[in-house]
Design a protein around this ligand. Structure first.
Ligand SMILES: [Zn+2]
Length: 523
């Protein structure tokens, strides 16, 4: 008897093998929102915080903290320097892969992952068992496409008022997607109001703030335009955008039979409304507060429905973000938070014009010099072939940028290579961003709080913690719930999911398995 009891006590805990992995990426979700609004969370975010492994210091540990870059990193387990997606403007745009809804496609252009290098979790699953399938959804093309790497799975995003995909993935939209589109939910939301979820006293933030949305339509209740076209375009910038995408996800799970086993399937959801709302109203607004509460309820209702459809003990859930956001500079100044500026980057345009006047256009029609989020790229070899030394351009930039008070530092390939990345997170994040074949003159980092000029209230894209810190939570079979205070990266997500799914990655990764929060699943 005693022997039997001992045997029972020492038998390894058999955890069921997951049959569905749900990766929820909330576009622009700052981790401090989960702390700030904790007492008012009662839905999916609350459930994840209570029952999940919560990593309190997680980062998208690269510079140019934009949507494409963060989503490409999500399930690659590798930094942008190796997956090759280093900015939105060189993300998924591909005119050779038009969208399937012609009306939207001609206006918006095509999209595919052709710039993405290497493999992702979905490739690893497919190599082990071809029956593994994925559904990846977002309001944004880059949010749906890049978590899947180059795999040709079911990938849909919102364009022109409906969900679509590109010819990279399919020749025609499946019937279930067409039927969902036929419900015409965005157009039918014309005139719908977005009011506060809770009583006004539950919100500490002032509502009417001049720097929110340039002072227009910046108080509750917000209302979608009365006409169908206006409703379709305004829809993603309301909490209804997330509810719509989650409804579509549940429809997809049922119609394509995702997560039934025996092999694991993948459901990747990128929820974009927080980003649209955050850009307009900023991270300290009543609007973002209400959006996070509604996101919490929407994810909760989604998980409840999913757990009715599939065995919850075999569903692994991950929640993270592609980036955070910097406070509105005008607010920072008004609150006494020090100097915070919007910095114009017209100098790049002037330098490019001067070069074009002297040398003529570059052979490939692209600019000689470009700046994007502080990264000054140039056609170095082509310039050298025409007698312009790339180093001389870098020197001009060093002088120009250092003369500006809002500039914290200016790096070159040489200074980044020499930096101590353990002690210098800014250098580390630029190094994690830049593939060896990207030709750049300098990488300019603004002081925390300042942003590159853009016609929108709040911005992200910097290598500072406001933009780089993200939530990272895992919940489900094989996950040890608890709070973890060590610094981790979003690059650790893919190797950790791979371990929980017992599937080997197909290439060396930058991330590590978060062994502190996981135990192997049973066989
Ligand atoms: Zn954004």
């Amino acid at each position: 008897m005693i022997t039997l009891l001992l045997a029972l006590a020492t038998a390894p805990v058999q955890t069921p093998r997951p049959t569905l992995v749900v990766v929820i990426t909330v576009d622009q979700l700052r981790p401090d929102y989960l702390v700030r609004y904790r007492g008012q969370l009662s839905g999916g975010l609350a459930r994840l915080l209570e029952r999940g492994a919560v990593f309190e210091r997680a980062y998208q540990d690269h510079a140019i903290t934009e949507t494409a870059v963060g989503h490409a990193t999500l399930l690659a387990g590798r930094h942008p320097a190796r997956h090759g997606i280093i900015r939105n403007d060189a993300g998924v745009q591909d005119s050779t892969s038009p969208l399937l809804n012609a009306a939207a496609g001609s206006a918006i252009g095509g999209a595919s992952p052709f710039r993405f290098r290497g493999t992702v979790l979905m490739d690893w699953l497919k190599v082990r068992d071809l029956r593994s399938r994925a559904l990846s959804l977002s309001i944004k093309d880059r949010g749906a496409i890049l978590p899947m790497g180059r795999t040709r799975e079911q990938v849909y995003w919102y364009a022109g008022g409906e969900l679509t995909t590109s010819t990279y993935y399919a020749a025609v939209l499946p019937e279930w997607v067409q039927q969902f589109n036929a419900r015409n939910l965005p157009a039918r939301a014309a005139g719908r109001a977005w009011d506060l979820l809770l009583a006004p006293a539950a919100y500490g933030e002032p509502d009417s703030v001049p720097w929110e949305r340039a002072g227009r339509d910046n108080v509750f209740g917000h209302r979608l335009p009365q006409d169908a076209a206006g409703a379709r375009s305004g829809f993603p910038a309301t909490p209804f955008g997330d509810e719509y995408l989650l409804a579509f996800a549940l429809e997809g799970v049922q119609r394509i039979g995702l997560g039934r086993g025996p092999v694991p399937d993948l459901l990747a959801l990128s929820l974009s409304s927080t980003d649209y709302i955050g850009h307009r109203f900023g991270p300290d607004s009543r609007e973002i507060h209400d959006q996070v509460l509604r996101l919490d309820r929407a994810i909760g209702a989604f998980l409840d429905s999913l757990y009715r459809l599939r065995d919850s003990t075999r569903i692994l859930v991950a929640l993270t973000a592609d980036h955070g956001v910097t406070a509105i500079p005008e607010r920072t100044v008004a609150m006494g938070g020090g100097p915070a500026e919007r910095v114009a980057d017209a100098f790049a345009w002037r330098m490019d014009s001067a070069l074009a006047a002297r040398l003529g256009p570059a052979d490939d029609g692209r600019p000689w010099v470009e700046i994007d989020n502080g990264l000054v790229t140039m056609q170095g070899r082509a310039l050298a072939a025409r007698g312009v030394r790339p180093d001389s351009l870098a020197d001009v930039w060093l002088r120009e940028a250092r003369a500006r008070p809002a500039v914290l530092r200016v790096d070159t390939r040489r200074t980044l290579a020499a930096a101590d990345t353990a002690r210098d997170p800014i250098a580390r994040r630029w190094r994690h961003l830049l593939p060896p074949d990207v030709e750049f003159a300098v990488a300019i980092t603004l002081r925390p709080g300042s942003v590159w000029a853009a016609p929108i209230a709040a911005m992200h894209g910097s290598p500072h913690d406001a933009d780089a810190a993200v939530p990272l939570i895992l919940m489900g079979p094989g996950v040890r719930a608890g709070r973890y205070a060590g610094r981790v990266g979003v690059v650790d997500l893919a190797p950790t999911l791979a371990r929980l799914l017992d599937v080997p990655p197909l290439e060396p990764l930058d991330g590590r398995v978060l062994t502190e929060a996981s135990r192997p699943t049973g066989h």
